[in-house]
Design a protein. Sequence first.
Length: 250
Amino acid sequence: METFFGLEFSGGPFVLFSIQHWVAIIGIIATGIWMVISQKKASESSRKVVRYFLAGILIVNESLWHIWNLTTGQWTIQTMLPLHLCSALVWACAYMLITKDERIYPFAYLIGIAGALQAILTPDLGQYAFPHFRYFQVFLSHGAIILSAVYMTLVEGCRPTIKSVKQVAIYGNLYLVCVFILNQIIGSNYLFIAHKPETASLLDVLPPWPYYILIIELLAAVFIFLFYAPFMIKDWLVKRKTVLSTSVEG
């Protein structure tokens, strides 16, 4: 148990794109494919079981993450409030899955997938490789965020609209401003907008503060556009087909 849940772990360090990394990535992909294929035409009761199970994974896994930090003496308000993008989306996605509240969906789909995907491809695990708790915690939380958004899109039929794209942009930036102010008050670095993280990250290749924040904003806009693009193209094709049909009938 100490090996699995302890602060010190001698089985690491975690190596990017090692066998254990690929197992986690392939496991998430395979789970997503199974969920979509098995539930696409399933009954509402069956889909509800899957949604609740996925929500349960998010809630239990995140709760254990807080317990681990508490028991190892690492929990502080400067680091453990659920204000980082994926930390906030864990709870938001769990709520979305249980209630089917479509107001949460655009945030999960348009920015959640990109944020969680980055964490899966370049996880900040340090010494905590398989089979430590942190290994499972990171891939379960971020994988479940992606699966939640994909499930709600391909199984439950949710989709982003131009209105929801605007809402994500507006509320996302308001959230950023609020977190920035809180960072200044309590000396935290949520969303990594007070300074770059102390550990190595993709932000290291970007310009110094505050310029890297502008690049992050630009990248977020690009990802939002890319994830919305398939629906935008579909809407355009439907509209074009309607216009052509009307012209032929006229």
